[in-house]
Every structure is written in structure tokens, then in C-alpha cells.
Design a protein around this ligand. Sequence first.
Ligand SMILES: NCc1[nH]cc(CCC(=O)O)c1CC(=O)O
Length: 305
Amino acid sequence: MSEILRIATRKSRLALWQAEHVKALIEREWGVAVELVPLSTRGDEILDRSLSKVGGKGLFVKELEWALERGEADLAVHSLKDVPMALPEGFTLACVMEREDPRDAWVSPQYESLDALPLGARVGTSSLRRTVQLKALRPDLEILPLRGNLDTRLRKLDEGGFEAIVLAAAGLMRLGLSERIRSRFELQTLIPCAGQGALGIEVRSDRAELVERLAGFNHRPTLLACLAEREVSRQLGGSCSMPLAAHAVWQGDQLVLDTALGDEALAHPLLRARLQGAVQSPEAAEALGAAAAQRLRDLGSRPAE
Ligand SMILES: NCc1[nH]cc(CCC(=O)O)c1CC(=O)O
């Protein structure tokens, strides 16, 4: 391994925080110097359109992968939920680190929670997953697009564009913005997306020594939960153009996987499936995810009541 390890990262405040977090960990645990290689991605540059319409999740990781490919960086730190289900040939997810609060946060200067919102209020989010679940809870709401990094989104709220916005709690907490969180959604009320709140580290598959060392940062309960969640998404052709939620929690040795699937046109009721199993291996986690995906498919092919 070379003297200095380089971490490819996006330039948003959240991405830099996450990269710094991994840098500090590697420096402390391995005694190796680490430097950041901040890069701009298409996902950061395209701010005027919904990401689901311009290519989805891959937009945040491609430029980082090119840096790995060209040897300009050794590892890339990602929010796991932004990482596509199938990585390109030659890349591997070397580890999934311990998950923080995976819940979605309710951010509103005036209203304490979704229930407190007046009829027809405006809620900002560009996530189809959040949109279909919010609509199922409160069909009266006007859900409006909201893009940009966390600071931009909060500013748009403060400028009065919305009565409330919904963001991942983990992102706000990492940036020291916890005081903006009025409340958090229960995990079963607004089911998070696969991998929400977890960090993943991607490397080139041919860096065997690095892959092996990074495996030491795996947090096994988080890894197994995220493998189950991501498998649901993979089976259903997952991209962020699909309004799909998948979140797994541990109850003793049981992994309980909650999923929800909507349709963009909101023409059908939200489909929900909960499956659980005694998961002890990555294969078992993925089998649980695949079974949940099949359940959602079966529900979807059944005529509406
Ligand atoms: N979609 C962008 C994104 N990617 C990761 C996070 C937050 C951190 C995380 O969930 O790990 C966010 C912000 C959000 O969805 O509100």
C-alpha cells in the first residue's frame, strides 16, 4: 500500500464530513496518512431536474469511480443509499459501517409533525419514496420538488417555499443540524430507503490488500440489514426512479424487513410487505430481501380490492 491513502469524495458538506470521518478512522486504526480528493459529480451539478428523470443514483458515484480507475484515489466513501445496487465490473463495496439514525426527519418551523399540518399544506421532497408514503398518510398534501444539498434545502424551507420538508435524520445530525429536526418518523410509518444512514466504502476489486483491510470496518448487523434491503431494490430493478422503501431492524436474532412500493402516478394504493427470518449470513440476508421483493410483486399483480 502506498504511503498516503487518498479518499475520493463529493464536495458537498455532508460528503466531506463522511470522508473526514473515514479519514480519521483509518489514520487512527492503521496509522496511515490519508488525504481527501474532492470531486464534483453530475448529481451535484444537475439541480434543476428530479434525479429520477436524469439517470438516478449512479450520478453521485461515477466520477468517484473514474478517480479510482485512473489511480487518482484509493477508496471512495459514499452514503450507502446513493450507491447503485449493482456496481460496475471491477469495483467492490469493501465495507458497510455502523448505521446511524436511519429515520426520516420532519423539519418545519411551524408544525410539530405531519399530523399537525393544515389541510393542503406544502411539503418539500424530491424523493418518490417519501412522496408516495406521505401521500398515503395525507392525500390532501401538496408535495413539491426540493433538490440541492442539505443547506440549500433548509434555505428553501426558511424562504417560505414549504410548510415542512422531510430529510434523512443522519445527514442533519452529521452536519450538526439536529436542532432543525422537529420530530422523527417511526420506521414503520415512513419506511427509509435501502441503506439509509449507513456509509459504504468502494474500492477497485483488484486492490486485494485494501479490500481485506477495509473488511475490518464492517459492522456486521448493519451489513446484513443493508444487504437484505438492497436486495429488495436489486430484485425490483431498483433505482431512485422507483418509489421503493426497504428497512430492516434486528429483533434478537431475527432480521425484520419492512418494505413499501408505490407507483409514481399514485394510481394504486401503497403495497407493503414485512418479512422476517433468523439471518446469519450475507446469503440469508439477500434471500430475505428477495422473498420480500417477490411478496411485493405478488401483491402488485393482484387486482386492487
Ligand atoms: N439523497 C441524498 C442523501 N444521501 C444521503 C443522505 C443523508 C445521509 C444518509 O441517509 O446516509 C441524503 C440526504 C437526504 O436524503 O435527506
